[in-house]
Write a protein that binds this ligand. Structure first.
Ligand code: VAH
Length: 315
């Protein structure tokens, strides 16, 4: 019987992944943890412990005590936050991963999930249809830590046979859980502001195309990757995965179809520089070929769903 520990369960991905895994495996089989107190959306849905992703002895003891068979390690400092404290971002993103990989080998865990990001790519990477294998020169500490982490995951697989799996998420958009410290977070804020004030000032300029994905697709893709038979996993770095690409003026136009008077303005900040270094679109044919990935939400379908749920939430 699989028993899953989620580290970083209160973040934007963690909340939704915890709820989805509890539906799939049963609440008692999914132990959620985070350094923060339990997220309101998780309370009453299954077991929760406060746990620091950097505390290896505590994690190791919990894995043994709870007979954990899989770890989903989601704790990380994202691109924008990371640039404010590079050393801390490196320490948290790398130390937490290396500790979990070691525990995975020592306790013979069946699987580990660790998210990467399109942030591994930099200015020298082809911007359109960025290939699965290409030039990789990240410019942010977040991107550097994610690419280094991919290499460590590949090493632990080759050296000790650890079944570590990973996805290079694009920007993720969700209504249930809040984003935290990302460069793509404008694409979440804009929906909230559209409903609250009928206008939004974007911290990324018009014409800034970025690969994006609705959280429903990201969660389904993550579980499909983890459920895929091991022989279908052809890369032990991290899979490119994508759904759509858009610029701020395009998401504004999609919102205007629902809120006619909605207005967008632009005030690019330090995150523009980060976004300029990232791909504009991603080639994810390897994921589609190897384990059957396919997205279901485009910009229009995502916008209808986001506004529907946010209106209900704020009612
Ligand atoms: C960030 N949301 O903006 C994350 C993501 C592709 C970007 O990794 O840092």
């Amino acid at each position: 019987m699989e028993k899953i520990l989620i580290i970083g369960a209160c973040g934007q991905i963690g909340v939704e992944l915890t709820l989805a895994l509890r539906k799939l495996y049963g609440a008692s089989q999914v132990l959620a943890s985070d350094i923060r107190d339990e997220h309101p959306l998780l309370s009453g849905t299954g077991p929760y412990v406060v746990l620091n992703a950097m505390d290896a002895p505590a994690i190791h003891a919990l894995v043994k005590k709870e007979k954990i068979t899989q770890i989903y390690l989601l704790a990380a400092l994202l691109s924008a936050t990371g640039e404010k404290d590079p050393k801390r971002a490196w320490d948290i993103n790398m130390q937490s991963l290396l500790q979990v990989l070691d525990i995975g080998v020592q306790e013979k865990l069946t699987k580990i999930y660790w998210p990467s990001s399109i942030a591994v790519f930099g200015h020298t990477t082809p911007k359109q249809n960025t290939p699965q294998e290409t030039i990789v020169e990240p410019k942010t500490v977040y991107g550097i830590s994610k690419y280094a982490g991919e290499l460590w995951c590949q090493y632990y697989h080759q050296r000790w046979g650890l079944d570590v799996r990973s996805l290079r998420y694009p920007g993720l958009i969700s209504w249930k859980s809040e984003p935290g410290g990302g460069t793509t977070d404008y694409a979440v804020e804009i929906y909230h502001e559209a409903l609250k004030h009928g206008s939004y000032t974007s911290f990324l300029d018009k014409g800034t195309y970025l690969p994006m994905m609705y959280m429903d697709d990201a969660i389904r893709g993550t579980i499909e990757l983890m459920e895929a038979p091991v022989e279908q996993i052809k890369t032990r770095m991290s899979y490119n995965i994508s759904a759509m690409s858009f610029a701020p003026e395009e998401i504004a136009a999609a919102i205007q179809k629902h809120i006619p008077g909605f207005e967008i303005s632009y005030a690019p900040d330090f995150r523009q520089q980060i976004a300029n270094g990232w791909p504009q679109s991603i080639d994810d044919h390897a994921a589609r070929q190897d384990w059957g990935w396919k997205h279901e939400f485009d910009l229009q379908k995502m916008t209808s769903d986001m506004l529907f749920h946010l209106k209900k939430q704020k009612a």
